[in-house]
Write a protein that binds this ligand. Structure first.
Ligand code: NAP
Length: 351
């Protein structure tokens, strides 16, 4: 554990300098890790664990496309690929990576597979923190731990392959064996985390739900649409509105912000852009602050998770979701986006 100064606040973080991959292998040498669910996080974490030399099996309900994907990734039925309960029974560490709604549905049968001393691993605090809604209450005789990558499962894999990693938070909710923290850190390193920072199950779920509803996706989509609509209302072409709203952000500015920070960005744009952005940033901050207050309240009160569980467990969930996504895809703004992307030189060459 090393202390780092984050903007004046000292925090403990763990990298592979403090907890090497070899140490992770040693800690996990007698463990069998079952990754239950092969959706988005499942493949990323399972493949990274496998490539890092950890004994890993996959638990997935049979028959569907997801089972086929696990097969295509080299998991072998009866050897390293099993139905959910069979995998859970064979494992000492159970990584519960079904969708959060799927975890609620399957919990009674997964709970029945847990043996004393097993570790039940989550990548989200949802199931445990909102137990009044999920009814996920683990038995006392297992470790309950969390490693939550702060990125899509797809990047968990891609960043592992390019050597960069995705940062993850980690937490121990229940330490039955006395080794829960070692197990957690070993898994965090072995799934390919860039660095690991401590949290609690509660803080993880509150910040994660806020982030994805806020700046990462919900707020971002909302403000992009507002600006695009404004420009279109005032007679700007779709191409101009899209380039000024999305393309310049994703293809240029955000990459520079990722590399150097916003202060650098403000210091390295035109003085015209700089003056305006510095003046308008506080106005946007103050305008959205009340929306963020409401969002956080709804996250903490459980209203957001209740909505997720209701929507995602409805029998026509897929159909309804597809309708919403189609509406977005077919909106003028995102149809324009598709054309703009097709015109990028690297895509034009492929045509
Ligand atoms: N998505 C991310 O990148 C991300 C990032 C950080 C943390 N997390 C957390 O990681 C966990 C997994 O998330 P995810 O996005 O990877 O999940 P996901 O893709 O939505 O999960 C799909 C998996 O769950 C299975 N499943 C769903 N309902 C089921 C049911 N009733 N019975 C049996 N299997 C069922 C699916 O099987 P079928 O295909 O057969 O339906 C598939 O294997 C969640 O706790 C999530 O909050 C996710």
């Amino acid at each position: 554990m090393t202390q780092f100064n984050f903007g004046g606040v000292v925090e403990d973080v763990i990298t592979s300098d403090e907890f090497s991959l070899q140490k992770a292998r040693d800690v996990l040498q007698n463990e069998t890790v079952a990754v239950l669910g092969y959706g988005v996080q499942g493949p990323g974490q399972a493949l990274n664990l496998r490539d890092n030399g950890i004994r890993v099996i996959v638990g997935q309900r049979e028959g569907g496309q997801t089972w086929q994907r696990a097969l295509a990734d080299g998991f072998v039925p009866g050897e390293t690929l099993f139905p959910l309960e069979e995998a859970a029974t064979k494992a000492t560490i159970i990584q519960y990576l079904l969708s959060d709604a799927g975890q609620v549905t399957t919990w009674p049968s997964v709970k029945a597979c847990l043996d004393e001393g097993n570790a039940l691993y989550f990548s989200h605090g949802f199931g445990i923190v909102f137990k009044d809604q999920t009814h996920i209450i683990p038995p006392q005789n297992v470790d309950v731990i969390l490693v939550a990558p702060k990125g899509s499962g797809r990047n968990v894999r891609l960043n592992f392959l390019d050597g960069s990693g995705i940062n993850s938070s980690y937490a121990v909710f229940q330490d039955f064996t006395g080794n829960a923290k070692e197990r957690t850190l070993a898994l965090g390193i072995a799934v390919g985390s860039g660095y690991l920072f401590p949290t609690t199950f509660e803080n993880e779920v509150h910040s994660d739900l806020t982030g994805e509803r806020g700046v990462l996706m919900g707020c971002l989509a909302g403000v992009m649409e507002a600006q695009y609509n404004l420009l279109r209302k005032h007679g700007h072409s779709p191409s101009e509105a899209f380039n000024e709203t999305v393309e310049e952000l994703t293809q240029s500015l955000i990459r520079l912000v990722a590399e150097n920070g916003m202060d650098w960005m403000f210091g390295n744009c035109s003085t015209t852009a700089q003056r305006g952005a510095l003046d308008w940033a506080p106005k946007f901050r103050d305008a959205v602050a009340p929306v963020f207050d409401t969002l956080y309240e709804k996250v903490v009160s459980g209203e957001e998770t209740r909505r997720v569980l209701e929507a995602n467990s409805a029998p026509d969930y897929r159909e309804k979701l597809n309708k919403e996504l189609d509406a977005l895809k077919n909106s003028e703004m995102w149809r324009t986006g598709a054309t703009v992307r097709s015109l990028r030189p690297e895509n034009r060459k492929k045509i």
